[in-house]
Design a protein around this ligand. Structure first.
Ligand SMILES: [Zn+2]
Ligand SMILES: [Zn+2]
Length: 109
């Protein structure tokens, strides 16, 4: 895919997970049209993933001290978080709300 890195802004925003390693991506809500729709672009390799696939995707090896018993990618809403760079910013509250709405769109009606 030669589409390059998608632009942040508009409704897209950065997310991250720390499951089985770490991953950072750009969530594009308008691409999330069905549960398996690729809507998160990995910041490192620029590939697109569905939320469930994204929490399995990482370029860093897992922290050996972290316990991953019971990890289940179907529970991705528990693992996918707003990027830490938003913490303490004016956007934090609205982006958290947006992410919560996205998580409920298909999985927790
Ligand atoms: Zn984890
Ligand atoms: Zn990647």
């Amino acid at each position: 895919p030669a589409q390059g890195l998608l632009k942040e802004g508009g409704t897209s925003f950065q997310v991250e997970h720390q499951c089985l390693g770490k991953g950072q991506g750009l969530f594009v809500p308008q691409f999330y049209t069905q549960p398996e729709a690729p809507c998160i672009q990995c910041i490192e390799c620029q590939l697109m993933f569905s939320p469930e696939k994204f929490v399995l995707h990482s370029h860093k090896s897992p922290d050996k001290r972290t316990c991953h018993w019971g990890f289940d990618s179907a529970k991705w809403p528990y693992y996918l978080q707003l990027a830490r760079k938003y913490l303490g910013t004016v956007e934090e509250a609205s982006l958290k709300q947006l992410l919560d709405e996205i998580k409920q769109r298909f999985h927790y009606p």
